[in-house]
Design a protein around this ligand. Structure first.
Ligand code: F6R
Length: 610
């Protein structure tokens, strides 16, 4: 809302948020005649933009817009948001999340003769507010009544032409932030929606309603009690969320990794290698007594946690388990007051991870979140937060957030080891100094990535690609396989190399590409020799082996069709370098197949539904 042309602001904001969902898009504005004007289209935002260019919407200063990741009803024009409420269609509503009791509410409305035009749960909310408004004559009161009746997860915004100077918003279990401007105000699922207009933001809390006008903002609880929240300043620039000269956000974000890792280390490791995490102060009393760490996360963040597990156990000598957040709370995990739950999430809005965190807190455990997004729900709900400073990650496939997450978990491991005195100080300092070298080493890997790009093109018609790794290389094999699935839609699997002969080797046939993450030849546990044996085993059965190996590893070159060398680093830190060729491989393969690298099919960046 404000003096600027709403359509431009909405479409600009939606462009920045499109990574969150791109099945369909739509906007409603109140035009200069005082009526709602709604456009919505299935498909990517560009289709909506094209439609609006051909049939421009009139001048307006208030509006709402949405991009969708389909839950109820397939991606069609009719199911796209906004949804109109009431017979006279004077009310427009957008919704993120899932209204769990929508079937019963819909039955109620159908019995009253309401006609539905979509299959969505969201349209139910639009009709409910419109019906209440008819009765009460107050938009706010009817909105309050309806949101209190909804179960599940929702961020809902409504606009009504009979009260053309206000937008009402409500939030439960789905993100919502306010942008405070000068004579203009904004709402968005994340700050990217409005960062080009203002850096001042407020994160809306759970079960709160926002009453947004061009020159005022007030927040209240669902019960109607006033609420106040501190403002925060968005610490990144709008350009950080733009592609710059890169062919894709993913290409840019892969190249950003020296900075993402460097910024995550900044002010936390001194030049002599000492690690200090001031952010852990709220957990100070617990740290010496932790008897168990459970890391909860999903997807790529779970693989970062798997890498971190090796480091924390080795340095801090605390048992660590990594749990997929969506499985965690449904199997009655054992949690005590000395359990530290570490929730790892780029967005800080992943519903599965949030729910796991809430479960852990209720059971008496303390929660540390490792999060990349300022003001995210996870960061606010945890007892302490260790931010990764990767900057906004826009491409759906996570890259720089992954390496930044591993970095942050390494810092956690070193801090815990220091506090608990479990590893020799000199050794910890040496690892700290090795960490500081990472940004330069990543830059080296990026500089020498030409051969990986060629490999991506070469294997574009592969039906299956297998990834093998051992120890810290195992989660990297899993991550490499995930990147290939989501970006190139190629069936790929990651295995612990030692597991091969227990079954997966049956998959190997003539010409099968197998990518192997090879441990350092100086590995004290002789894992190098074991992995080289695995390479020989698959090669003997016809596999084409591509090895990711440490510079100077001549042994492996004898058995691989291609070796991608990465610089020598500390054994524990190698995953941060090893994953980069795998990210580039998946990106190039996707591009070679003519696919959308930034917005792979069926996915959304922020999974805010369970
Ligand atoms: C894969 C990917 C996902 C996310 C997962 C968790 O490239 O991006 O697997 O890692 O959905 O997301 P966050 O970290 O936001 O909780």
């Amino acid at each position: 809302m404000g003096p600027k042309s709403t359509v431009d602001v909405l479409l600009g904001g939606l462009k920045r948020l499109e990574y969150r969902g791109y099945d369909s898009a739509g906007v409603t504005v109140i035009n200069d005649q005082g009526h709602l004007d709604t456009r919505k289209k299935a498909g990517k935002l560009s289709i909506l933009v094209e439609d609006i260019n051909q049939h421009p919407l009139g001048e307006s200063h208030i509006g709402i817009g949405h991009t969708r990741w389909a839950t109820h009803g397939s991606p069609t024009d009719a199911n796209a948001h906004p949804h109109l409420g009431g017979k006279d269609h004077k009310l427009s509503l957008i919704h993120n999340g899932i209204i769990e009791n929508f079937a019963e509410l819909k039955a109620e409305l159908l019995a009253q003769g309401t006609v539905f035009t979509s299959e969505t749960d969201s349209e139910v909310a639009a009709h409910l507010v419109a019906a209440e408004y008819k009765k009460s004559g107050s938009l706010l009161e009817s909105f309050r009544t309806v949101v209190r009746r909804l179960h599940g997860a929702f961020t809902i915004l409504v606009l009504d032409e009979d009260e053309p100077n206000v937008i009402l918003a409500a939030r439960r279990n789905a993100p919502l932030v306010i942008g405070l401007g000068d004579g203009e105000n904004f709402l968005g699922s994340d700050v990217a929606a409005f960062v080009e207009h203002t850096k001042r933001a407020i994160a809306v809390g759970q079960d709160e309603i926002v009453i947004l006008k061009a020159d005022s903002v007030s927040i209240e609880s669902f019960a109607g009690a006033p609420v106040s929240h501190e403002e925060f300043t968005i610490d990144w620039d709008a350009s950080a969320a733009s592609k710059g000269g890169w062919s894709s956000f993913m290409a840019k974000e892969i190249a950003d990794q020296p900075k993402a890792v460097g910024d995550t280390l900044m002010a936390r490791v001194s030049s002599d290698g000492t690690v200090k995490l001031a952010e852990l102060a709220p957990l100070e009393n617990l740290l010496p007594h932790i008897d168990r760490i459970i890391m909860v996360a999903c997807g790529t963040a779970a693989y970062a946690s798997e890498v971190g597990k090796y480091a924390i156990e080795a340095w801090a000598k605390i048992p660590v388990s990594v749990e997929l957040a969506h499985e965690f709370r449904y199997r009655q995990p054992i949690l005590t007051k000395n359990t530290l739950v570490v929730a790892v999430s780029q967005s800080g809005e992943t519903m599965d991870t949030l729910m796991a965190t809430r479960y852990a807190k209720e059971a008496g455990a303390s929660v540390l979140s490792i999060c990349n997004t300022q003001g995210a729900t996870l960061a606010r709900e945890a007892d302490a937060v260790l931010y990764t400073h990767a900057g906004p990650e826009v491409a759906v496939a996570s890259t720089k957030a992954f390496t930044a997450q591993i970095t942050a978990i390494f810092l956690l491991g070193l801090h815990l080891a220091t506090v608990r005195g479990t590893t020799d100080k000199a050794e910890l300092h040496q690892i700290g100094r090795e960490l500081l070298k990472l940004p330069a080493l990543i830059a080296k890997v990026l500089e020498s990535s030409e051969s990986v790009r060629d490999l991506g093109k070469k294997f574009k018609d592969a039906k299956t690609v297998l990834f093998l790794g051992r120890n810290v290389g195992f989660p990297i094999a899993l991550e490499g396989a995930l990147k290939l699935k989501e970006l190139a839609y190629i069936h790929s699997e990651g295995f612990a190399a030692g597991e091969l002969k227990h079954g997966p080797i049956a998959l190997i046939e003539e010409g099968q590409p197998v990518i192997v993450i090879v441990p350092s030849p100086t590995d004290p546990d002789s894992l190098h020799a074991k992995v080289v044996s695995n390479i020989q085993e698959v090669r003997a059965r016809g596999a084409q082996v591509i090895a990711i190996a440490e510079a100077g590893d001549t042994e492996v070159a004898k058995y691989a069709v291609e070796v991608i060398y990465v610089p020598v680093s500390h054994k524990m830190l190698a995953p941060i370098l090893d994953v980069i060729p795998l990210q580039i491989f998946a990106m190039e393969l996707s591009a070679a197949k003519g696919l959308d690298v930034d917005q792979p099919r069926n996915l959304a960046k922020s999974v805010t539904v369970e």
